[in-house]
Design a protein around this ligand. Structure first.
Ligand SMILES: NC(=O)c1ccc[n+]([C@@H]2O[C@H](COP(=O)([O-])OP(=O)(O)OC[C@H]3O[C@@H](n4cnc5c(N)ncnc54)[C@H](OP(=O)(O)O)[C@@H]3O)[C@@H](O)[C@H]2O)c1
Length: 189
């Protein structure tokens, strides 16, 4: 897929939050570094609860690797009742009605299961699943949020064996809390 999504207009957006030094998780999985308090950037924008709610409503489907799923259950499920596909080869306990499990070819997942049903598809990690999607050319947009912190160690976002590939910067938003959101489209858009 990639480029302009599919004929039906579906798009796969990879969204992750990274530290300044490229980690998406601490070794012990703790997430306090995602807390934006304490780094005020006056020129930045802030978003209202209404804007957050409208944004969340615009997502039609989330896609997660199994480790991200397990961590999300521990932390308090952030994906509401939005349909969510968890990629795993294991038989995991189903804790929520909105979740379905998938094991198999990822291109088949996108082409035959996701894009016929959903337009705004959000791949939300973790590193392993994101890298596989990128290697297979299944991502149309990367939305990378940089947190104002060096972690020094942890799980690398792009630690795998990705090929050199140019992406096109589409938008930059700096927030009052010091986080910066970078949006890129696949270069052949
Ligand atoms: N900062 C952020 O924005 C962000 C976002 C998401 C996650 N995270 C963090 O990242 C960590 C998890 O990331 P991770 O890279 O370790 O794991 P992950 O990508 O969430 O999950 C990896 C698992 O997904 C399944 N999987 C991946 N590719 C597959 C394929 N091609 N076919 C079938 N199954 C496949 C496998 O599950 P099975 O082993 O079950 O078969 C694999 O073990 C957590 O700490 C989480 O909190 C951070």
């Amino acid at each position: 897929m990639s480029s302009e999504g599919t004929a039906t207009g579906s798009r796969v957006t990879l969204h992750v939050v990274s530290s300044l030094d490229g980690f998406i998780a601490r070794k012990d999985n703790s997430v306090s570094w995602l807390d934006g308090n304490g780094s005020a950037y006056e020129a930045g924008v802030s978003i209202s609860d209404e804007e957050i709610a409208a944004f969340v409503k615009s997502v039609d489907c989330y896609v997660l690797g199994s480790r991200t799923y397990e961590h999300a259950l521990e932390l308090g499920w952030p994906y509401g009742d939005t349909p969510t596909v968890v990629v795993t080869k294991r038989k995991l306990p189903s804790k929520r009605k909105s979740v379905e499990f998938y094991s198999g070819d990822l291109k088949t997942l996108v082409d035959e299961k996701l894009t016929p049903r959903y337009r705004n598809i959000w791949l939300v990690g973790g590193a392993m699943l994101s890298q596989r999607f990128l290697e297979l050319g299944l991502v149309d947009e990367i939305r990378l949020t940089i947190a104002p912190v060096l972690l020094g160690d942890g799980l690398r976002l792009f630690g795998g064996s990705l090929m050199e590939e140019r992406w096109v910067l589409k938008n930059v938003v700096a927030y009052k809390n010091g986080f910066v959101e970078l949006s890129y489209s696949a270069s052949n858009v």
